[in-house]
Design a protein around this ligand. Structure first.
Ligand code: CA
Length: 237
């Protein structure tokens, strides 16, 4: 299997490094989406699918640490962290954040390409375990897609994140404010209602009957929980 054409999000505020790394990766036939700060990185991440992320830690607006945390709430996409710091402690912090690998600046672009290739291979070989099978519905976690009987269900990034967050921990009750934080990224009380409307849309797309759900259950006064396929003859009401 070739890694050509894999989509890489490159987050780096220093233009000279960004341009050089982009040129190197494109030369290796990777497709590169550049982002110059943490906020733009998360916007791009919410809108597009990536096979790998190269993430500088020292970024304006939103730090690489925060970007990494945010991404890890919903995704297992491989992340390589770039750090200018280079002390052992900082490396450990980078890996504890959930990054898969790190490079200390200044690094050789050739070394980065080698790390990218190795990580993509590793990710490719474990792709099969990265899906959640609900019967007619299959969540392809590594591909950020949801299928019903083989055809893709069109979802917004928020609906997808909501579904994956719940489905990854079946049986666990999530409060509305917890879901707001994990899915929407802000924690004002007023936004808790927007979780309800995302749930409503998600149920419609999954073909769920809210009065007799198979997967997505309302926990009254608290929030929601997901079950991996309740039986069809479950009691009504
Ligand atoms: Ca930087």
């Amino acid at each position: 299997m070739t890694e050509e054409g894999k989509n890489i999000l490159l987050v780096e505020d220093e233009k000279s490094i960004r341009d050089a790394v982009q040129a190197y990766l494109e030369h290796e036939k990777y497709s590169v989406t550049p982002a110059e700060d943490g906020v733009i990185a998360l916007e791009r991440f919410g809108r597009e699918e990536f096979d790998l992320i190269v993430l500088d830690l020292m970024l304006p607006r939103l730090s690489g640490e925060e970007v990494c945390n945010k991404i890890r709430e919903t995704s297992t996409v491989p992340i390589i962290v770039l750090t200018a710091k280079g002390t052992v402690e900082d490396k450990v912090v980078g890996l504890e954040l959930g990054a898969d690998d790190y490079l200390v600046k200044p690094f050789s672009p050739r070394e980065l390409v080698a790390r990218v290739r190795a990580l993509l291979r590793r990710a490719g070989s474990s792709e099969e375990s990265q899906s959640i099978d609900l019967g007619d519905i299959v969540i392809d976690v590594s591909g950020h897609k949801v299928f019903e009987k083989g055809s893709q269900i069109d979802m917004t990034a928020s609906e997808y994140k909501l579904l994956v967050t719940l489905a990854k921990q079946p049986g666990r009750v999530f409060t509305r404010s917890e879901l707001v934080r994990k899915v929407l990224g802000y924690d004002f009380e007023g936004y808790e209602r927007s979780i309800d409307s995302h749930i409503k849309n998600l149920r419609a797309k999954l073909g769920e009957d809210p009065k007799n759900p198979k997967w997505l259950f309302t926990v009254h006064g608290i929030g929601y929980r997901f079950e991996l396929g309740a039986s069809d003859d479950s009691p009504h009401g």
